[in-house]
Design a protein around this ligand. Structure first.
Ligand code: AOS
Ligand code: ZN
Ligand code: ZN
Length: 392
C-alpha cells in the first residue's frame, strides 16, 4: 500500500508531466453565424498565433504543442514556421484538414458522388501530409463535415463505401510515424445524416484502415445525455482513442471552455483516463482543445481551459483506486460512488499551485499572464487581427 506521501508525489509528478495541445484557431476572432466580434491584439498570421500559444505555455508549463489548420494556417515556409515554434519553446501538433469551405463540397467531399471532387479532397490531405513532414507533426486530424439534409438525397451505403476508399488512399500516403485521427459529429453542417456521426462509425473506418488510425472524441459532438466516459473507456480498451477535442457545450457544438459547462463530466472522463493509466504520453492519447472564444479574452481563456483540465485530472488522480477496487469487488455500491465523490469534491487548487511552484511557475497563471504586460503589448503591436478561419 502506498503511503500518502508517496501517493502525493506520484500525483504531483503525473500533473507536472501532463500536456495539453492548443488549437491555433482559438486565438483568432470568432463568433456565430450572426456576428464575429473583433478583439484588439488578435494574431495577424500563424506566427503570431504560435507566439500566443507560447505565452499560454510559459505561464502554465502544460501547453507545449499547437494544432494547425490547413489552409487557415497557410504559410510559404513550414520549416520556418516550425523553427519559429521551436524558438518559442513549443512544437507543431496535429494538422487539421479542411473539407468544409469549398463550393465543390456542397454535396460532400470524400463521400461526394463525383469522383473528381473526391480526388480533390484526397489531394488536400496529401498536401496536409507534406505540411506534417515539414513541421515534424505526427497527427493528421480529419473531421468530415459530409452528410445529407433529406431522406433519399443520396445512397447512405454508397457514401460509406466512397469514404472508406478515400480514407484508405490517405492512410496509405502517411509515413510510418504518422497517425490518422478521425473525428465524428452527430449533426451539423448537415441535419439528416452525417457520414461519420458517431464513434462507432469512426471506429469501423479506423479498424479497416490499420493500427495507426484512431478516433478523436470531441466532447461537444454528442447528443444530450450521452455517456461520454463510456465511449472513452471503450476506445481506450480497444487502443483506438487517439485524441480529445476538449470543449464545453450547453446546447449544440458550442466550443466553450472545457470544464465550464460540466466540470463533473470532465472529471468522469479523466477518471476513465487515469483508471486506464492513459495519462502518460506513451498511451498515445493526445489531449487537445478545440474551442472558440467569441467574447472572452483568448489567451486567458486558453489558460483557464488548461487549468480546468488540470483540475479534473488532479481530482481523478486523487481517487483511492485500491479502496475503489475493494468497494467494487464487494458490491459496495454507495461506498464506491462515495470514493469518486470524495475525490471530485476535493479542492485541488492548492495542490496545482504547489505543482506549478515546484516547476518554477507562478501559482496563479492567469494573474501572472495579466501582470506580464503581454496583453497590452500585442494590442499595441498588432493592428488588424484576423478572424479564425480567414487568416493569412
Ligand atoms: C468541427 O465541428 C470539429 O469540431 C473540428 O474538430 C474543428 O472544430 C475544426 O477542425 C476546426 O477547424
Ligand atoms: Zn473538434
Ligand atoms: Zn466541433
Amino acid at each position: 500500500m502506498t503511503t500518502p506521501a508517496t501517493a502525493a508525489n506520484g500525483v504531483r509528478d503525473a500533473l507536472a508531466a501532463q500536456t495539453i495541445e492548443l488549437p491555433s484557431w482559438a486565438f483568432g476572432n470568432s463568433g456565430t453565424r450572426f456576428k464575429v466580434f473583433n478583439q484588439a491584439g488578435v494574431p495577424r498570421d500563424p506566427y503570431e498565433k504560435i507566439a500566443d500559444v507560447a505565452q499560454v505555455h510559459a505561464y502554465t508549463g502544460a501547453a507545449p504543442r499547437v494544432s494547425l489548420h490547413i489552409p487557415w494556417d497557410l504559410v510559404d515556409d513550414y520549416d520556418a514556421l516550425a523553427a519559429h515554434a521551436r524558438d518559442l519553446g513549443v512544437s507543431i501538433g496535429a494538422i487539421n484538414s479542411n473539407l468544409f469551405q469549398d463550393d465543390d463540397y456542397m454535396l460532400g467531399s470524400l463521400t461526394h458522388p463525383d469522383a473528381k471532387v473526391r480526388a480533390k479532397a484526397v489531394k488536400h490531405h496529401l498536401d496536409c501530409i507534406d505540411v506534417m513532414r515539414a513541421t515534424g507533426s505526427t497527427d493528421l486530424k480529419l473531421w468530415l463535415p459530409d452528410g445529407t439534409n433529406y431522406p433519399g438525397q443520396d445512397d447512405i451505403r454508397a457514401r460509406q463505401d466512397r469514404l472508406a476508399d478515400g480514407l484508405a488512399e490517405i492512410y496509405a500516403a502517411l509515413d510510418d510515424n504518422h497517425r490518422l485521427l478521425l473525428e465524428y459529429k452527430f449533426f451539423e453542417p448537415y441535419f439528416y445524416t452525417m457520414d461519420i456521426p458517431d464513434w462507432g462509425t469512426s471506429l469501423v473506418h479506423c479498424l479497416a484502415l490499420g493500427e495507426r488510425a484512431t478516433v478523436v472524441l470531441d466532447t461537444g459532438h454528442h447528443a444530450p445525455n450521452t455517456n461520454i466516459e463510456f465511449i472513452v473507456a471503450q476506445l481506450i480498451r480497444l487502443g483506438r482513442l487517439g485524441a480529445f477535442d476538449f470543449n464545453s457545450r450547453f446546447y449544440a457544438d458550442d466550443d466553450l471552455m472545457v470544464g465550464a459547462a460540466d466540470p463533473f463530466q470532465l472529471f468522469r472522463i479523466m477518471n476513465e483516463i487515469v483508471g486506464a493509466d492513459a495519462l502518460r504520453a506513451e498511451s498515445g492519447v493526445n489531449f487537445m482543445l478545440d474551442q472558440c472564444h467569441n467574447i472572452e479574452p483568448k489567451i486567458q481563456a486558453q489558460i483557464r481551459s488548461v487549468m480546468n483540465v488540470q483540475e479534473a485530472t488532479a481530482k481523478a488522480l486523487l481517487v483511492d483506486r485500491e479502496a475503489l477496487k475493494a468497494a467494487q469487488t464487494s458490491g459496495d455500491v454507495l461506498g464506491a460512488n462515495g470514493l469518486l465523490m470524495d475525490a471530485y469534491n476535493t479542492d485541488v487548487r492548492p495542490l496545482l499551485a504547489q505543482v506549478r511552484e515546484e516547476q518554477g511557475l507562478a501559482a496563479d497563471p492567469i494573474a501572472a499572464h495579466r501582470a506580464s504586460g503581454y496583453g497590452e503589448k500585442i494590442i499595441a503591436e498588432r493592428v488588424g487581427g484576423t478572424q479564425a478561419g480567414w487568416g493569412a
